[in-house]
Design a binder for this molecule. Structure first.
Ligand code: TXA
Ligand code: MG
Length: 335
C-alpha cells in the first residue's frame, strides 16, 4: 500500500472522511486513527495493531463543545477539561450519541490533543477520530517518527507529520461514569492535581477505598503493555551506579537514568560531566522525571532494535512527574 506521508492536514482529513486509517502525533505518543463514525474503519485499526476487540478506543476531539454534543459532560467533566485540555487527559463519559464507535458501549473515552495542527486536522476530518496508541499490540507506544515509519509506512493510508510527542507516556485516564470517579491510568496529569477538582477520586492501589472487584475497570489495563522484549530491571540509584561501575565488555546491556555523571569508573576518576564512554546509544541520560518519560519508549524501541537483552532503568525521582513514569516502569518489569 502507498502511504500518504504529509503535513497537509486537509489531505489527511480527507482520508479519515473516506474511512481510511491515519497515524498522527499527539503530545503523549503517536496514535493510529480512524473516524469514530465509521465502524469498519475503526475495525481496521484493530486489525493493523492486532488489538483485542474488547479494548475500546479513545475518541479524539478538537473542542470541549464537540465533546458536549455527543457525551454527558456534566459540570465536573467540563471543569476538568477546562483545566487540563487541550492536553494529556482522557475522560470516560456516558455517551449521548449511540452511533459512535464502539456502538455496544454506552460510554466513550474522550480527549483533546494539545497540538493546534492536530486539532485542526480532527476538525477537518469531521471528527472525532478514534485512536489507540500507534504500536503493535503489546509493544511500547511509539514517540518517534522514524519508528512510526519503520512499522507503518506501507501499512496505513496516511501519516500526519506534525510536532513529535513531548510527554512520551500515554494520557491520564479518569472515569466519570460510576458513582465515584476513578483514576484508570496514571499519566502526566497527576492525581494531586486531579484531587483539587475531584476530591473523591479513587486511586486504585492507594488503599484509599475498598479494592473491590479485581475486575479491570478499563479493559486495556488487563493486557500486557509498555514492555520491550529486553528484560527491564528497575534499579535504585545505588544499584544503577553499581551496575555501571561493574559493566563488562558485552554490548547486550543498556541503561537509562539520572546517575551517570558521578560514577567513579574503574580508573577511579570522579567525573564532573559525562564520560565519553557513556556517549553510546546504550546509555540514555535523563535530567528530570519529565525528560525520562519523554525518552523512555523511544529508548525501549531502540534497545530492542539493537538486540539489547537487559535494560537497567533507574527509579524515578520522588515528586513531580513520578506517578505516570513509575506506573509505566512497573508495567515494563511485570510483563
Ligand atoms: O495518550 C493517549 O491516551 C494515546 C494517544 C494516542 O491519545 N492513546 C492511548 O490509547 O494510549 P490506548 O488505546 O493505548 O489506551 C486507551 C485506554 C485503554 O486502557 C482502554 O481500555 C481505555 O483507555 N478505554 C478506552 N475506552 C474506554 C471506555 N469506554 N471505558 C473504559 N476504558 C476505556
Ligand atoms: Mg496503547
Amino acid at each position: 500500500m502507498k502511504t500518504l506521508i504529509s503535513s497537509d492536514v486537509r489531505l489527511l482529513a480527507n482520508l479519515i472522511q473516506e474511512g481510511k486509517v491515519v497515524v498522527f502525533p499527539t503530545e503523549t505518543v503517536y496514535g493510529i486513527g480512524a473516524s469514530t463514525r465509521l465502524e469498519s474503519a475503526c475495525l481496521r485499526v484493530y486489525e493493523i495493531k492486532g488489538r483485542p476487540k474488547d479494548n475500546p478506543l479513545i475518541a479524539h476531539f478538537h473542542s470541549i463543545e464537540s465533546i458536549a454534543a455527543v457525551c454527558e459532560l456534566g459540570d465536573v467533566g467540563r471543569a476538568l477539561l477546562e483545566r487540563f485540555s487541550p492536553g494529556p487527559l482522557t475522560l470516560i463519559l456516558p455517551k449521548k450519541d449511540k452511533s459512535l464507535f464502539p456502538k455496544e458501549l454506552d460510554t466513550l473515552a474522550v480527549r483533546i490533543p494539545k497540538s493546534p495542527v492536530v486539532r485542526e486536522w480532527i476538525e477537518l476530518s469531521l471528527g472525532p477520530v478514534s485512536a489507540p496508541s500507534a504500536n503493535l499490540s503489546g509493544r511500547p507506544s511509539l514517540t518517534k517518527l522514524s519508528d512510526v515509519l519503520r512499522y507503518f509506512d506501507g501499512v496505513v493510508d496516511g501519516i500526519l507529520i506534525a510536532e513529535e510527542p513531548s510527554f512520551g507516556i500515554e494520557s491520564t485516564v479518569v472515569s466519570l461514569v460510576g458513582k465515584t470517579p476513578v483514576l484508570l491510568r496514571p499519566g502526566s496529569i497527576e492525581s494531586n492535581e486531579l484531587l483539587k477538582i475531584l476530591p473523591d477520586l479513587w486511586i486504585p492501589g492507594s488503599g484509599s477505598q475498598k479494592e473491590t472487584d479485581s475486575v479491570p475497570l478499563s479493559p486495556g489495563t488487563k493486557y500486557k503493555h509498555y514492555a520491550p522484549t529486553a528484560r527491564v530491571i528497575l534499579a535504585s540509584k545505588e544499584e544503577f551506579e553499581f551496575s555501571l561501575k561493574t559493566m563488562n565488555e558485552s554490548k547486550s546491556t543498556a541503561w537509562i537514568g539520572f546517575s551517570f555523571e558521578e560514577i567513579e569508573l574503574n580508573e577511579g576518576n570522579k567525573l564532573g560531566n559525562l564520560h565519553p564512554i557513556f556517549k553510546s546509544d546504550r546509555f540514555c541520560f535523563v535530567s528530570s522525571n519529565e525528560d525520562y518519560a519523554s525518552k523512555l519508549y523511544a529508548f525501549f524501541e531502540a534497545c530492542d532494535f539493537a538486540g539489547i537483552d537487559t535494560i537497567f532503568c533507574e527509579v524515578p525521582k520522588l515528586g513531580k512527574g513520578e506517578e505516570g513514569l513509575r506506573n509505566r516502569l512497573e508495567k515494563a518489569i511485570s510483563s
